[in-house]
Design a protein around this ligand. Structure first.
Ligand code: NAP
Length: 386
């Protein structure tokens, strides 16, 4: 038996790989409903860009950072890397490689995607929509494999102030960015594929993932970390004479610099701890296997039970960059060069903070029975994350 994983070099994918390797097998499900069997050498086929050697080195580096002590050579030997590109026909795989990958395949974890929220829509479409189609074509060559597709809670697009159910897949109000639209379309492809083939798939929809361990350079960062690096760069480049440098050195106090960020000051967003999300995903998969997977799609929100208020994120930013006063406002009049830089790189932030949306977790709770809810995301957690 074997498992396939795309996106293993990414922020979430490397954690899924860690969980698959930590299990007794490559993510198959034992009779007790636990992830794992007695076959410790089952391969995990990792599909990604670069040579197999480069891919292996990258996932190994991520594993070493995630796990202390890192997984031993035996676990890492189960990782078989294949050069593949989601944007290429047939994922760029040779027929011989496809046969090797699909042989005795039990699960297909499709986690790879392009997350460039403000990037070229064509690249987003090719990666997220055509890439998903390519993965489904490969899954079709492995009739016993269950497809687990990592989507996002943000497929709900522009719907504000609503409670979104897990069966909801509406595009009636459109999308903030092409990324959301491509992830929505990918979900539709999964539904169509299941209808056409009579196969089963699970769609996992995490909200914004977060960790309180700062990610070192060279490893895939979390969205909040990307925002923090952006602010740091702006402080370095445009930081109001020497003010920015003093803030970065931790020498400024009070309100040495005011930074206005577009957004809804009373808004909230759903953030969920990445480790909880992966644990939940593994349990969903185990539950799907033991409960029996009839044909069709089962969608699960992998979200936090409570949204994080924007005001809390603001307060954590102010504590992290002491001497900075952050003002969240819907529209910023006459932005400074630094503010203009932040605005240009985060045009979606304003709309996201105004979502005031909540996510139903009925399917999640049913599947992960016994898994405690994630701990609250408080100011201290956010501060560590930054
Ligand atoms: N991060 C979040 O907060 C979040 C929230 C909700 C849902 N999600 C979903 O979770 C999944 C993983 O996200 P992430 O945070 O791990 O993103 P990430 O860190 O940007 O990783 C993306 C992964 O996809 C791979 N990839 C991108 N383009 C590819 C291509 N053309 N061919 C092959 N592989 C390609 C990347 O490979 P390279 O290393 O070669 O670039 C990387 O392994 C995505 O499906 C995303 O939509 C993420």
């Amino acid at each position: 038996m074997a498992v396939l994983l795309t996106g293993a070099t990414g922020f979430l994918g490397c954690r899924i790989l860690r969980a698959l390797l930590a299990a007794g097998s490559a993510g198959t499900v034992g009779s007790a409903g636990t992830v794992g069997t007695d076959e410790p050498d089952e391969p995990v086929h990792v599909l990604g860009r670069g040579t197999p050697q480069e891919l292996h080195a990258r996932v190994e580096a991520a594993m070493a950072w995630l796990e202390n002590p890192p997984p031993g050579p035996e676990a890492l030997r189960r990782v078989r890397c294949f050069s593949a590109d989601l944007t290429r026909p047939g994922l760029g795989l040779e027929p011989g490689e496809r046969a090797q990958i699909t042989d005795r395949l039990t699960s297909v974890w499709h986690c790879g995607a392009f997350l460039g929220l403000q990037s070229d829509p064509v690249t987003l479409y090719r990666t997220n929509v055509l890439g998903t189609r390519g993965v489904l074509e490969l899954a079709q060559e492995a009739p016993a494999a269950h497809v687990l597709h990592v989507s996002t809670a943000f497929v709900a697009g522009r719907r504000h102030g609503v409670h979104v159910t897990e069966d909801d897949l509406s595009d009636a109000e459109g999308f903030h960015v092409s990324y959301e639209e491509t992830k929505h379309t990918a979900e539709r492809l999964i539904h169509a594929w299941c209808r056409r083939t009579g196969r089963a798939a699970t769609i996992l929809r995490p909200s914004l993932l977060i960790t309180d361990r700062r990610v070192p350079d060279g490893l895939p960062d979390q969205p909040l970390g990307v925002l923090a690096r952006l602010v740091e760069n702006m402080l370095r480049i445009n930081g109001d004479g020497t003010g920015g440098a003093r803030i970065l050195r931790g020498e400024a106090h009070g309100t040495a610099m005011t930074v206005r960020i577009p957004g809804d000051p009373a808004g909230s967003l759903n953030l969920v701890q990445a480790d909880y999300a992966v644990d939940a995903m593994m349990r969903v998969m185990a539950h799907r296997a033991t409960a029996g997977t009839g044909p069709g799609v089962h969608t699960v929100h992998v979200t936090h039970p409570h949204n994080t208020p924007v005001a809390l994120v603001k307060s954590a930013f102010e504590a992290r960059y002491s001497g900075t006063a952050v003002e969240i406002m819907p529209v910023i009049p006459f932005p400074t060069p630094m503010e203009a830089g932040v605005i240009a790189n985060t045009t979606h932030l304003s709309a996201y903070t105004a979502q005031r949306r909540t996510y139903d977790r009925t399917h999640l709770r049913h599947a992960v029975d016994g898994l405690p809810d994630p701990s609250p995301i408080d100011r201290a957690y956010l501060l560590r994350a930054l």
